[in-house]
Design a protein around this ligand. Structure first.
Ligand code: AMP
Length: 459
């Protein structure tokens, strides 16, 4: 899938003529020829801004701290320099793992694996994607045969290392992808464990969509004098996306959704819900109304997720209901609509969600449903994006009570912070969305709380 030149989030880098190549051409990087051929086969003509800024320092063996979202071409930004190095320094005999890419979710790991395969199609390099929730045997077999690049989610990686199947002794590239999401999902301890297992001398890359203090702190713990690259500030939303909001009473959201999706001009849409149950409910309601849909979230089996995603990609499934974490990194061009069935309580998630549409140079529409309890979330989003959403009142279920009153600042209901110690069972069931554990099916691991046994009654 290629980004059209004009489709880059910040627009293409201004080409500066330099002989036959331009400063933003891949040729100007001096990458090995089979890699350039693979990039050309992918129909990438010029570098995206993140590539133009991150690849040169990476080729100079510098550590890089990059702030970039999915859709900006970040995967090629870190894979191309790694592949170039490996191609120039081929392993003799059974290859040892020389690059490790750590990602939060199985989907993202699989996508990085697909990209790696595409970029190395003319090279003899081996990779393996490793994540939990599936049989480990084929993964172990691949590790035994030897691989150059390992792309993994933290839980299964540590499990396999614990079982003695992984030797980190030759890793000289370490990539932490979607670091902010990793922390949100509670992977910090696993990340630190992995870092402690790696050789001291290595090149480090950290990619994150946002740069909160926690990421800056983590970065400073393992990056050495990093070059900082930023291409898509969190607060900027994609200009090609028409952003609308519809005010609706909570119980009427399902009717409004069915009504909207009966419109055949909605070619394909992702409906975002805050919780996994919410995503299931949406699918049920749509199916009842005769609209085919599938859900994708952390409670679904890996095969169900893969099937739903494949159906969505090939167009046989028009509607996908998703939670934030499961959708992260879904790279499908041509999604015409994003519907925020529930407004996200973290306003950055709104930016990620709507970024699923408007890709590859196409226009997109993002529609937010806002009920009476979500007014504060809407205000937060508009504060972050610095642009009011277009209000659509022309629908049967318009509910003016959910509209923010001018001059009033609404307070969001207190949210449970993820990963600040064990949650109380009651709040866990309330939050439902379950950030924890959506990642790779096996982590993060927590100590089971022991139940105290009641002493047996004395007889
Ligand atoms: P990513 O941000 O890595 O998820 O990439 C988003 C999409 O952009 C993927 O479909 C890539 O294949 C595509 N892409 C990456 N680099 C380029 C480029 N230089 N030109 C065109 N498309 C690209």
């Amino acid at each position: 899938m290629a980004l059209a030149g004009a489709g880059h989030r910040l627009g293409p880098v201004t080409p500066t003529t330099l002989g036959l190549t331009t400063l933003d051409s891949f040729e100007s990087l001096g990458l090995v020829e089979p890699l350039l051929r693979a990039v050309a086969a992918e129909k990438y003509e010029t570098m995206t801004p993140i590539q133009a800024r991150a690849i040169p320092p990476l080729l100079e063996k510098r550590d890089v701290l990059a702030c970039a979202q999915t859709g900006t071409g970040k995967t090629a930004a870190f894979l191309l320099p790694i592949i170039d190095h490996l191609a120039r320094n081929p392993a003799r005999g059974k290859p040892p793992i020389r690059a490790l890419v750590l990602t939060p979710t199985r989907e993202l790991a699989a996508q990085i694996g697909d990209n790696f395969e595409a970029y190395t199609r003319f090279l003899d390099l081996r990779h393996r994607v490793i994540y939990g929730g599936v049989n480990q045997k084929p993964q172990v077999a691949a590790l035994r045969r030897g691989i150059d690049v390992l792309i993994a989610t933290p839980g299964r990686l540590l499990d396999l290392h614990g079982q003695g199947h992984i030797d980190f002794g030759h890793v000289n590239f370490f990539v932490l992808d979607e670091a902010d999401r990793m922390l949100d999902m509670g992977f910090i301890r696993d990340i630190r464990k992995v870092l402690a297992l790696l050789p001291k001398r290595r090149q480090n890359l950290l990619f994150s969509a946002t740069m909160p203090n926690s990421i800056v702190k983590l970065a400073s713990s393992f990056l050495y004098k990093p070059v900082r690259v930023e291409v898509d500030p969190q607060s900027s939303t994609v200009e090609r996306i028409t952003q609308q909001v519809m005010f609706v009473e909570k119980p009427n959201k399902k009717r409004l959704l069915v009504h909207l999706l009966e419109d055949p001009t909605i070619e394909s849409a992702i409906v975002f819900t805050r919780t996994k149950h919410g995503a299931n409910r949406v699918v049920k309601q749509l199916t009842k109304a005769g609209i085919e849909a599938a859900a994708i979230h952390g409670n679904k089996s890996q095969s169900a997720r893969t099937k739903a995603l494949a159906g969505f990609k090939n167009g046989s499934i028009r509607i996908l209901a998703a939670t934030d974490i499961a959708s992260r990194g879904i790279d499908v061009d041509g999604i015409s609509h994003v519907i925020n069935y529930d407004l996200p309580n973290i306003s950055e998630s709104y930016v990620h969600r709507i970024g699923r549409t408007g890709r590859a140079g196409r226009d997109g529409v993002a529609i937010a449903f806002c009920d009476e309890g979500e007014t504060a979330y809407l205000q937060d989003i508009e504060k972050l994006t610095d642009a009011p959403l277009t209000v659509v009142i022309d629908h049967e279920w318009h509910y003016p009570e959910a509209m923010p009153k001018p001059g009033v600042s609404y307070k969001a209901p207190k949210q449970q912070q993820p990963n600040r110690g064990p949650r109380k069972p009651s709040s866990q069931s309330k939050s439902g969305g379950g950030k924890q554990g959506e990642g790779d099916g096996s982590t993060p691991r927590r100590k089971k709380r022991r139940r105290r046994r009641r002493p047996a009654p004395k007889s």
